[in-house]
Design a protein around this ligand. Structure first.
Ligand code: NAD
Ligand code: DAU
Length: 354
C-alpha cells in the first residue's frame, strides 16, 4: 500500500526543484493533502514560480528560514505535519567556493533544526516521514569508468557538497539513534523549467539568445549525468509513497554528457528553435579558467530505485532539452524579472495586504 500523503512541509518550495514538485503535486486533482511551503526567499527563491496556486486551499506559503526553530515548531503544531521534504539549501557550487559560510548555516544547521523539530513532534507517531533531498556530489569525483551506487563512500570536494554530505550524515544519525523515519535521495544534475540562470543549462540558453560568450570551465571535458526535473519529481513521489525507512536512493538519467558536448547540442537545439545558424552559436563558446576543485565525472547507478520501487526516466534528453529551450523562450518575462532582480519584489506586491 502506498503511504498516504497528508500534511506535507515542503522546504525550499520556491526554488527550481521544489516549485516543480509543488506544481506537480497540486496539479493532480486526486491530491487531497496540504502543502506548507516554507521558503526563506533567498536570491534563488521565487514565489512567482507558484503564482497560479496562490488561492489553492491545499497550498500555504510561509516566508521564513528552516534555521528558525520557533517558526518550524509553530508550523509542525499548526498544520499537524506528518511529512517533511527538505529541498531548502544553498545549491550552487560556484557560490559555495566564494562564500561557504551560508552553505554550512543553511544546509547543515537548517537541516539539523528540522530534524530536531520532527524528533520532538513525532516521538509518539508511526505515520510520519522525513525525506531529505540530496545530491550525487556527496560521492566525490569519478575517473573515466565506474558509477556511484548507494554503497559508494562519501568523498565530497566542494564546500557545497561537503555541507550536503554533512546534512545527509546527520539525517542518517537521527534514523539510527532516535528511530526518526528518514529516507534520502541522491540525484544527479537536473535541468528544466524555472531553473535559476546561474546553472549551466539556463545560463547557456540565455547567453545564446543574447549572443553573449558561453563560458566553458577548463577543457569542457568534465562529465555530468543529466535528468529532466519532472523525472526527479516523479522519483521523489515514488520514494515518498514506497521508500523504505533508513534507505537512500540514487536518482539519475543514465545520460552522461561532457560539458562541451552538452553545450554544442544545446547550440543545435536553440538554433533550430530560433531559426539561427548553429555554427554561429558555437562560435560563442569561450574556454575560461577552471572551477577550483572541479569534479571530473559524475555517473549514477540508479538500479535500486528502478528495481525496488519501479521508477524510471520518462523524458529523453532530446525531448527534455527541447522542452527546456521552449520554456525559456516562452517565458522571457520571467527571465527578465529574474535577471533584473525584480522578482524579489513579488512578495511585497502580492502579500502586502494579507
Ligand atoms: P534552488 O537553489 O533553486 O532552490 C533552493 C530554495 O531553497 C530556494 O527557494 C531558496 O529560497 C530556499 N532556501 C534557501 N535557504 C533557505 C532557508 N534557510 N530556509 C528556507 N528556504 C531556504 O535549489 P534546487 O536546484 O531547487 O535544489 C533543491 C534541492 O535539491 C537542494 O537541496 C539541492 O542540494 C538538491 N539537488 C539539486 C540538484 C540540481 O541539479 N539542481 C540535483 C540534486 C540535488
Ligand atoms: O550533481 C548534482 C548537482 O548539480 C546539484 O547538487 C547542484 O545543486 C547543482 O547546482 C549541480 O551542480 P553542478 O556544479 O554540476 O552544476 P552547474 O550547473 O554549476 O555546472 C554544471 C557543469 O558545468 C560543471 O561541470 C561546471 C560547468 N560549468 C558551469 C557553469 C555555470 C561551466 O563550464 N560553465 C558555467 O558557466
Amino acid at each position: 500500500m502506498p503511504r498516504a500523503l497528508r500534511n506535507i512541509l515542503v522546504t525550499g518550495g520556491c526554488g527550481f526543484i521544489g516549485s516543480n514538485f509543488i506544481r506537480h503535486s497540486l496539479f493532480q486533482d486526486n491530491f487531497s493533502g496540504k502543502i506548507i511551503n516554507l521558503d526563506a526567499l533567498t536570491y534563488a527563491g521565487n514565489p512567482e514560480n507558484l503564482e497560479d496556486y496562490q488561492n489553492d486551499p491545499r497550498y500555504v506559503f510561509v516566508q521564513g528560514s528552516i534555521e528558525n526553530a520557533q517558526l518550524v515548531d509553530r508550523l509542525f503544531d499548526t498544520y499537524d505535519i506528518d511529512t517533511v521534504i527538505n529541498f531548502a539549501a544553498e545549491s550552487h557550487v560556484d557560490r559555495s567556493i566564494h562564500g561557504p559560510a551560508q552553505f554550512m548555516q543553511t544546509n547543515v544547521m537548517g537541516t539539523f533544526t528540522l530534524l530536531e523539530t520532527a524528533r520532538k513532534f513525532w516521538a509518539e507517531r508511526n505515520d510520519t516521514l522525513f525525506l531529505h533531498i540530496s545530491t550525487d556530489e556527496v560521492y566525490g569525483s569519478l575517473g573515466s569508468s565506474g558509477y556511484f551506487t548507494e554503497a559508494t563512500a562519501y568523498d565530497p570536494r566542494s564546500p557545497y557538497s561537503a555541507s550536503k554530505a554533512s546534512s545527509d550524515h546527520v539525517a542518517r544519525a537521527y534514523y539510527h539513534t532516535y528511530g526518526l523515519p528518514i529516507t534520502l535521495t541522491n540525484c544527479s544534475n537536473n535541468y528544466g523549467p524555472y531553473q535559476f540562470p546561474e546553472k549551466l543549462v539556463p545560463l547557456m540558453i540565455l547567453n545564446m539568445l543574447e549572443k553573449k560568450y558561453l563560458p566553458v570551465y577548463g577543457d569542457g571535458k568534465n562529465v555530468r549525468d543529466w535528468l529532466y526535473v519532472q523525472d526527479h519529481v516523479l522519483a521523489i513521489w515514488t520514494v515518498l509513497e514506497q521508500g523504505a525507512l533508513g534507505e537512500c536512493y540514487n536518482v539519475g538519467g543514465d545520460n552522461e554528457w561532457s560539458n562541451i558536448g552538452l553545450i554544442e547540442t544545446l547550440c543545435d537545439v536553440v538554433a533550430r528553435e530560433t531559426d539561427q545558424k548553429s555554427s554561429e552559436l558555437k562560435n560563442l563558446i569561450h574556454f575560461v579558467k577552471d572551477r577550483p576543485g572541479h569534479d571530473q565525472r559524475y555517473a549514477i547507478d540508479c538500479q535500486k530505485i528502478k528495481h525496488n520501487l519501479g521508477w524510471k526516466q520518462t523524458v529523453s534528453f532530446t525531448e527534455g532539452l527541447q522542452k527546456t529551450v521552449h520554456w525559456y523562450l516562452h517565458n522571457m518575462d520571467w527571465v527578465k524579472r529574474v535577471q533584473s532582480g525584480e522578482y524579489q519584489n513579488w512578495i511585497q506586491l502580492n502579500y502586502q495586504n494579507r
